[in-house]
Design a protein. Structure first.
Lengths: 720, 160
């Protein structure tokens, strides 16, 4: 068989790949016909959840349910029912205890309310910032990381400038607009169909099958997810409420839908750990950072883990890092877009900005200088790439023209400021496989058990395959979103676009080679000379046959080939970086912040689709504005409750809150030649720190804890 | 149990009658009774705009409207925006301008945009941002939504 080279085409030879193509599923989404998990009908479910942050259930009585009209099934979450001496301990408010399925939402709610339950309420602790209080109650524990490199004490002692400060970033939640959940339907006793809102189509069937309440063969579970309304790292599992849904459907003998209500979605379906730190940083008078010494703490809930990777990107030669985890009665953490990185960036780049202020230097110069001398393994890119990106961002922002030292801006009323921060990410392709079928009429179908979480996975697959066969996009039918297709990895950690583009390109190249063999045999030409140009198969500029005639040679069954990945053949890669800069204004009277301009410069290897890639970055920038300025899980110490778990008080930016956003990809030829890298995580990392730094530049003092709410800004101004 | 009522109204230009209970929201009836699931539910309390529909031409959060209030009303939902298998210009603009990602907020944004452009065919950027402030999106950059609304308005102006 002819061996075709596995690589991407030279940059300027692409006609579909590496082009800003519209989403191929945009019509369904814009017309309301895209079906999400919540759109599949079934009996309605409501949960009984714990109002207490820490308690034991002493009794549960479901018998009142028999008097509630419309109730068809009820379920107590495993171990939640008191069993002799072992009382199930609830460790955070909102823990699901029971679920009731009924004909209407109102009846299900009535059912959940009718369940009689008694608790023994226990002491709780939710103050994630308060290290002393946690230690006093025995709720702090040494973190996994305690490291010393070089001699930080001596380096600090001998430094020209030393800065010390306290910094922090609060917990946020994933807050998917489509809540977690599923619609489950049984087909006989042993076949389960699940419409699941998931980032992990291929990996969740076994979780349903293996649950004791379900106990069927994994091959008998179908998981579908054609469309998903956001996940951000929180939708990898079947989840206990998914199992509950399947159990209720079995009991009722009817399809059941169970999607979390907004309060539960915010409270129990995923949060990002907080991080707080006391830091000492030291530098020479020319801005060279020589030492870092930090103790940081935070919580991921009852497990008491905390963030790592501090200091971030820039690793001074001498450093000491100590971590402490705090055990809190708060909803559990899940991977939130770029786990650890936004917090690590916030706890590092704000400190460097304060150091720059102490040195009387422009922070841009301090970052430029120190990426070049950083030690350790966090730099994903050569320093020159970061430096080039910083220069590009500075130009787009007119940083050099605008920048002034803290509080030196000549403004009355609203105070203006600039801030910046850097980030890094891996983005290696995830594992994945696919099948490509070439039909005898020349059309192509692809199948992969992946999912499109908004990234544009379908579109990228279509581009890769169409480009390889030289076909228009419309000739490629992409099938994803089912675990019946060849397995693909979960969509997390920026692994998807690399994870699907490699296997699809390999399979398509393989198929093309087989088709060329047939053409070569039939028309007596050299297979190695053939190429496909959209309409025809050509050799040396001359048409040998049409594409359709070539496909016709495959016989009535057409051709089916498999693709796999990841492989080290250069199609995909890893290791990216970027810089973000923010220009904003602060109203010192009210503490309100207005974003004037926000610039993101990002390298990302081979870009499959610039339009989709830009959307990813823009969306990430909005999330940075969210967690930078307003988004926060607010826990009430007295009640142990998450008091703003609704979309009115859990403050996300609206369309008027965002200012001018500028996205620029750093893409010289070596980036195109690098291979495909995932983009979901990197642009969401450094915006929070950049915003915090711009506020410090504007008002002349550091607001130490993110998000920079009006109250925190006013408090910082008052204490200045 | 409270008595069910028959409500007759126009939905996307067609007269429809449905049975509903007094406490059922319009959102619930659209989705669960009439199978019009293009209208989405994000919060059920008027804070996300995912359930936006037009009621007698005005954009409303259908999770805050009782279905029984709709007797004789004219209701427009996302399913009625495209005509004869053709996307409406506003939908086309959202698509071409990449103003959607996961897409779950998109029907609500499109309905709000429709109402805005009917009321004010030439909105300023500030007016667009003000009018769409009730619609929440967790994934896109909003920026592209503003551009898509502007593109729709410009196209309509060019055609007139
Ligand atoms: S569902 Fe109606 S506003 Fe959110
Ligand atoms: S596109 Fe996902 S919420 Fe708007």
């Amino acid at each position: 068989m002819v061996e075709l080279k596995v690589d991407w085409k030279p940059r300027d030879e692409n006609t579909v790949f590496h082009h800003p193509i519209e989403r191929i599923d945009g019509v369904e989404k814009a017309s309301g016909f895209a079906k999400y998990s919540t759109d599949y009908a079934g009996l309605h479910t409501r949960l009984l959840t714990s109002p207490h942050a820490h308690a034991k259930i002493t009794s549960i009585d479901l018998s009142p349910l028999k008097d509630v009209a419309g109730v068809k099934a009820a379920y107590v979450f495993p171990q939640r029912a008191p069993d002799g001496d072992t009382l199930f301990e609830i460790n955070w408010e909102g823990t699901p205890i029971a679920a009731v399925a009924a004909e209407t939402p109102a009846q299900a709610a009535q059912g959940a309310k009718a369940i009689k339950i008694e608790y023994e309420v226990l002491d709780h602790f939710v103050d994630e910032d308060d290290l002393e209080a946690a230690a006093a109650r025995g709720l702090s524990k040494p973190g996994r990381r305690e490291s010393v490199d070089g001699d930080p004490d001596a380096a600090i002692k001998n430094a020209d400038v030393v800065h010390k400060g306290h910094y922090g970033i609060h917990s946020i939640t994933h807050c998917c607009l489509e809540p977690h959940g599923s619609t489950c339907a049984w087909n006989g006793d042993d076949k389960l169909d699940v419409q699941l809102s998931t980032q992990n189509v291929s990996g969740t069937g076994g979780q349903f099958a293996g649950a004791p309440e379900i106990g069927i063969d994994a091959a008998n579970v179908t998981v579908n997810c054609e469309y998903i309304g956001g996940g951000f790292g929180s939708k990898f599992a079947a989840d206990e409420w998914g199992i509950a849904c399947a159990a209720l459907a079995k009991q009722a003998g009817r399809p059941v839908q169970l999607h979390l209500g907004r309060r539960a979605e915010l409270g129990v379906a995923g949060s990002r750990p907080s991080g707080f730190a006391d830091v000492t940083i030291a530098a020479k008078s020319d801005g060279t950072i020589v030492a870092w010494d930090s103790h940081h703490w935070g919580t991921n809930g009852i497990k008491g883990g905390t963030v790592s990777q501090v200091p971030y990107v820039i690793q001074p030669e001498h450093r000491r890092v100590r971590t402490t985890g705090i055990v809190t009665n708060t909803g559990p953490a899940r991977a939130w877009r770029a786990p650890n990185h936004p917090q690590a960036c916030a706890l590092t780049c704000t400190v460097i900005d304060d150091l720059a202020a102490a040195l009387g230097m422009d922070p841009l110069d301090v970052f430029l200088k120190n990426v070049g001398i950083s030690t350790g393994s966090q730099l994903s890119n050569p320093a020159e790439v970061y430096q080039a990106e910083m220069e590009t961002a500075a130009e787009l922002m007119d940083w050099r023209g605008k920048w002034k030292g803290r509080g030196q801006w000549d403004d009355s009323g609203w105070k203006r400021g600039l801030g910046m921060a850097l980030h890094t990410w891996g983005g290696r392709a995830g594992g994945g496989s696919c099948t490509i079928k070439v039909h005898p009429d020349g059309t192509v179908e692809t199948f992969a058990g992946t999912q499109d979480i908004g990234t544009g996975t379908r579109t990228c697959i279509a581009q890769v395959v169409a480009e390889t066969f030289g076909l228009p996009l419309s000739a490629v039918q992409v099938n994803i979103g089912s675990n019946k297709y060849p397995p693909s990895g979960p969509s997390g950690g920026s692994t998807t676009i690399g994870g699907v583009s490699g296997p699809h390109r390999r399979a398509a190249i393989d198929a093309l080679g087989r088709i060329f063999d047939k053409v070569a045999a039939k028309y007596d030409v050299d297979a190695a000379q053939l190429s496909a140009d959209g309409e025809n198969v050509v050799a040396g500029g001359k048409t040998v046959c049409t594409w359709r005639q070539a496909a016709g040679l495959l016989g009535p069954m057409g051709l089916e080939v498999m693709g796999e990945g990841p492989k080290n053949d250069g199609l995909t890669s890893a290791g990216v970086g970027g810089v973000q800069m923010v220009d904003l204004s602060v109203d010192p009277e009210t503490g309100r912040v207005r974003i004037n301009k926000y610039v993101a410069v990002q390298d990302i290897g081979t870009i499959v689709n610039h339009q989709l890639a830009k959307s990813q970055v823009l969306g990430a920038m909005i999330q940075c504005i969210a967690y930078g300025l307003s988004e926060e899980r607010i826990m009430d110490n007295a009640s142990g409750r998450f008091i703003n778990a609704n979309l009115r008080d859990y403050k996300l930016p609206r369309i008027g809150d965002i200012g001018e956003l500028v996205v620029e990809f750093y893409e010289p030829d070596e980036q195109y030649n690098k291979g495909v890298v995932g983009l979901g995580e990197p642009p969401v990392i450094s915006g929070g720190a950049a915003i915090a730094n711009a506020v410090a530049n504007a008002i002349g003092v550091r607001v130490p804890v993110i998000p920079l709410t009006p109250k925190r800004i006013l408090d910082a101004l008052a204490s200045a | 149990m409270s008595k069910q009522r028959v409500v007759t109204c126009s939905i996307n230009g067609h007269e429809e009658s449905f049975l509903c209970r007094p406490r059922q929201t319009l959102l619930e009836v659209l989705r669960d009774v009439l199978d019009l699931t293009g209208t989405k539910e994000g919060c059920s309390n008027g804070n996300c705009g995912a359930c936006t529909i037009l009621l007698d031409g005005r954009p409303v959060d259908s999770c805050l409207v009782l279905a029984v209030e709709c007797e004789g009303a004219e209701i427009e939902t996302i399913e009625g925006v495209a005509a004869h298998g053709q996307l409406a210009p506003v939908q086309q603009a959202f698509l071409e301008g990449a103003a959607l990602q996961c897409g779950i907020c998109t029907p609500g944004f499109i309905m709000s945009t429709k109402a805005l452009l009917r009321e004010n065919p030439h909105p300023s950027e500030e007016q667009i941002r003000f009018y769409l402030a009730g619609n929440l999106c967790r994934c896109t950059g909003y920026d592209k939504i503003v551009r898509a609304v502007q593109a729709t308005a410009e196209q309509a102006a060019a055609e007139n």
